[in-house]
Design a protein around this ligand. Structure first.
Ligand code: CA
Length: 231
């Protein structure tokens, strides 16, 4: 599914883009209203910020709606109820206030897509990505399988695994991980990260090794074939 993300705030856009990628969405990111209106698509849903550098997002919403039925979700720091009402009157399908979590945005996107295409056949088959011989991750469905059997992960365990497997073998700092998986602006203790790493090690030791690099962070390594004696 392709998402047109209209957002001029780079950290917000980058964190949302990465989050949506982790769940299997393709993100086309533009930073102005003009770029949004001239984007040729195709895309399945629009995430639209209201405070844009060149125009008011509400005008962009109206113009988009005049040209197409694509679902539009307004994402905005404006908490003013008027904006919400006007946005919906101008044709937006839903409204999410900042700060928001990526899961909330995805839930809203799925809801508006369902309403937009009530008779659409089920989503196209997703292709799980494979990591070594034993582990597969279906990002669209957020399902993890080990030797073909589904592994039950808590939501943050899944997010952490999805993040670390974006680039197997890469060293990720604790700050990068906290920022990507927990919150865009995390300054607190990172003990929760260790707890989640321990859970993933326990559940997936046959397929992956999560190496701790003292004072820096973690590196996920896919086990070669093997009988799962790593760790
Ligand atoms: Ca903005």
């Amino acid at each position: 599914m392709r998402v047109l993300l209209v957002e001029d705030d780079e950290p917000v856009a980058e964190s949302l883009r990465r989050g949506l990628n982790r769940y299997g969405f393709d993100v086309e990111w533009v930073t102005t209203g003009a770029a949004a209106l001239s984007h040729e698509g195709p895309y399945n849903v629009v995430l639209l910020d209201l405070g844009l550098p060149d125009s008011d997002g509400l005008d962009v919403c109206k113009a988009l709606r005049e040209g197409s039925d694509v679902p539009i979700i307004v994402i905005s720091a404006r908490s003013d109820e008027t904006d919400r009402v006007v946005g919906l009157e101008l044709g937006a399908d839903d409204y999410v206030s900042k700060p928001f979590g990526v899961r909330e945005v995805i839930a809203r996107m799925r809801a508006v897509m369902r309403r937009a295409q009530p008779r659409a056949p089920s989503l196209p088959e997703s292709k799980p990505a494979r990591y070594g011989a034993r582990l597969s991750i279906d990002r669209r469905a957020a399902r993890v399988r080990l030797d073909g059997e589904e592994v039950r992960l808590a939501p943050k365990e899944y997010d952490l695994l999805a993040f670390l497997t974006e680039e197997p073998g890469a060293l990720m700092s604790r700050e990068q991980i906290m920022e990507a998986v927990w919150d865009a602006n995390w300054f607190g203790p990172t003990k929760t990260l260790d707890v989640h790493v321990a859970a993933l090690r326990r559940k997936l030791s046959k397929a992956i090794t999560i190496e701790a690099v003292r004072g820096v962070g973690f590196r996920l390594v896919v086990n070669e074939g093997g009988d799962g004696t790593a760790l």
